[in-house]
Ligand binder design. Sequence first.
Ligand code: UDP
Ligand code: MG
Length: 327
Amino acid sequence: MNTPVVSVVIPVYNEEASLPTLFERLYPALDALGTSYEVIFVNDGSRDRSAALLREQWERRPDTTRVVLFNANYGQHPAIVAGFEHCRGERVVTMDADLQNPPEEIGKLLAAMDAGHDYVGGVRREREDSWFRRFASRTMNTLRERITRIHMTDQGCMLRAYSRDIVAAIAASREISTFIPALAYTFASNPTEVDVAHAGRAAGKSHYPLYKLIRLNFDLITGFSLVPLQLFSMFGMLVSVLALIAYVIVIVYRLIYVHPDDALAVFWDRDILAFFLVGMMLFGLGLIGEYVGRIYHQVRARPRYMIRAVLERPSDEPVERHVRSPQ
Ligand code: UDP
Ligand code: MG
């Protein structure tokens, strides 16, 4: 059995409008690389015609195409993990199905791997997204950079290349709420980044409305850092010390001047201070809830996804399922 050199993993969720153009551009771009390759599409429970289009493409190019069909929508990152479990290439590339990551850029990532890097992240210098998305991404990127030990310039770019070892390690990680680009960094020994082009969505609209973006970023921060929880104990300590100092000042003040309408009374508003502290406490509780919720998900140890079918030629079934960890 000949295993391909490069595997391209693409999660697909309701992308019927982009898929035909993706097929048209992806395969020629990969042919141009001059190496053997396979493309693994993971249909993440699409409700449109995506699954049918993927099946047609598999029938057209069964030699280089494999399709994993989920039975429901589990999310972009679980879909990529499933792709990692089914791919066979020495080098694995991830990209989006909506052509925001030009397939013609894959060669750049592989060139960086030729230079000895085991993980290559894409960086979108000119991003074709709304100003709000760009602003939110930049803010979260800076925050993540500060509170986790992961250094990447563009956490949201999914055009990335990974060595087989890293892919195997990610597939073996039993994390449920995970963020692949960050997880890969924890396993990489010689990571690097290259600039890649970015385009507007070919068709359809983003699957990340504000709520899902916030959830994703909680996954990223809580999955890779305990700093938010530690910040809370720090803040608690700071508040206690300040309260103690304020108490001493107030008592001394009262002992010296017992005037009712003084400056301190102007600044000291117990209600507002109490509201502020209650707000911080609720936020802290919610934050603990985020971590506890994740622990709860993890200890239930449910499978991360269910696969309805895998479209592949019988001879293509990976011989060693070493990347599939016992469950
Ligand atoms: N996607 C997925 N499952 C989801 C949401 C998205 O597999 O629940 C896929 C989607 O089909 C696309 C990629 O993940 O290939 C990125 O999604 P999208 O383009 O909506 O995100 P954005 O570019 O807006 O960050
Ligand atoms: Mg997109």
